[in-house]
Design a protein around this ligand. Structure first.
Ligand code: ADP
Ligand code: ASP
Ligand code: MG
Length: 411
């Protein structure tokens, strides 16, 4: 007998029929003698619609109210999932984020879980009741509803698995595992049977939305056994059904490059002719940090005349209006003009093996040059290289790089 947290993403609960299919998987787990907590996302498309409503009212809406609106999709699917289980003779009930509670900090729109009370849940699971928990949502110290950032139901599931000391956290989604790149962009992408936490964190944070980054960080830190599975296929009986996310030491063959990620959730801001004096970067980026805007890539040109420089940085697309508002109000920084664009995307090559292989970067730049793709910004770490390019070239870049590093499935 095992304690399992099973999470179903948006496409896996997209309508009543799919909710019933997901419920069948839970029935199988219960019949096998397992205790199960189910975490559900909103029906696919619902969260986008809700986010859209908020933007229609105001680009700079109150994020506490945004959370009240966007968390509601998960409430619907939890009730429906509990009903579908009850219909199949399973004792089940829903537990909204505030009822458990899932406590979070007060960074509305991208809150972090601080504590999950599991006493009552554990008791009920022990008596054979299935708990159905909406992903994505929590409650702050100030008693306000919070959400965990887009894709946050993965994090709800892993954090719940850690708090319950579950034997496994199964992430059911619309692909049967983690691939060398998004299989919707490159159909020849190869399924990775085991991927290290480090590489998965990097891929996720660079745009492979199959898992939310924070969920993998929590799994790594808390030792949660995490696997990605298809909700549309039957995995019971198969010995290698999806992708296991494991410690690096458990991986036998280390690849030079393990995957290509891309993110369209990018926007860039350039400050033209900023005064080139000490402290200017801190005066630009501190207020952005205080406004809850995460800055990702940064380039500052070497000042030719010692007086002025251009500074470019990227933020997530959703943060662009907020970031521009902050930058336009900067008082202590002098610059000539602000330029901004959200017609950009970030493409990244990831692999733990690249630390010791300098040729990886060269291959990336040559491949993009051969396709006539202009690189606007570059950033690197030990296990990744990212470039910012014009959005229209995203898919071309991903396909070309996937082929250049020989990542395709071989027959
Ligand atoms: P869910 O609604 O189940 O949370 P998501 O849409 O968030 O599902 O994540 C699954 C999607 O992630 C897939 O449909 C796929 O298009 C995309 N994806 C991006 N990169 C990868 C990758 N490397 N491997 C698998 N899927 C990926
Ligand atoms: N429904 C939320 C979203 O679309 C959370 C999730 O599905 O993980 O971002
Ligand atoms: Mg997701």
């Amino acid at each position: 007998m095992a304690l399992i947290v099973a999470k179903f993403g948006g496409t896996s609960v997209a309508d009543v029929e799919r909710i019933e299919r997901a419920a069948e998987k839970i029935v199988r787990e219960v019949e096998a003698g397992n205790q199960v907590a189910v975490v559900v996302s909103a029906m696919s498309g619902v969260t986008n619609t809700l986010v859209g409503y908020c933007g229609e009212i105001s680009k700079l809406h109150d994020l506490r109210e945004y959370d009240v609106v966007v968390s509601s999709g998960e409430q619907i699917t939890s009730g429906l999932m509990a009903m579908a289980l009850q219909k199949r003779g399973i004792a089940a009930r829903s537990w909204l984020g505030w009822q458990i509670p899932f406590k979070t900090n007060d960074m509305h729109g991208k809150a972090r879980i601080t504590d999950i009370q599991t006493e009552e849940l554990k008791k009920r699971l022990g008596s054979g009741e299935v708990a159905v928990v909406p992903g994505f949502q929590g409650i702050t110290e100030a008693n306000r509803i919070s959400t965990l950032g887009r894709g946050g139901s993965d994090t709800s599931a892993v954090a719940l698995a850690a708090a319950l000391e579950a034997d496994r956290c199964d992430i059911y989604t619309d692909v049967d595992g983690v691939y060398t790149t998004d299989p919707r962009i490159v159909p020849q992408a190869r399924k990775i049977k085991k991927i290290s936490f480090e590489e998965m964190i990097e891929l996720a944070s660079l745009g492979s939305k199959v898992l939310q980054t924070r969920s993998v960080e929590i799994a790594m830190k808390q030792g949660v056994k995490l696997q990605v599975l298809s909700s549309f296929e039957d995995h019971i009986g198969s010995d290698m059904p999806g992708t296991l996310v494991v410690q690096e030491s458990e991986i036998m063959e280390e690849e030079l490059v393990s995957g290509i990620a891309c993110s369209r959730d990018e926007a860039k801001i350039t400050l033209l002719r900023v005064s080139d004096v000490p402290g200017v970067a801190s005066k630009v980026f501190s207020p952005l940090g205080k406004a809850g805007v995460n800055v990702d890539m940064i380039v500052q040109n070497v000042s030719a005349d010692g007086q002025f420089t251009d500074m470019t940085f990227t933020v997530s697309r959703a943060d662009l209006p907020r970031a521009l508002e902050v930058v336009e109000k900067l008082e202590e920084v002098e610059y000539e003009k602000i330029l901004s664009s959200d017609n950009v995307s970030k493409v990244s090559v990831v692999g733990v093996g690249m630390i010791s292989h300098p040729g990886v970067a060269e291959k990336m730049f040559t491949t993009l040059a051969n396709k006539g793709i202009n690189i606007q910004v570059i950033s690197t770490s030990e296990i990744k290289i990212s470039v910012l390019i014009e959005e229209d070239y995203t898919e071309l870049a991903v396909r070309a790089l996937h082929a250049a590093y020989g990542l395709e499935e071989t027959a």
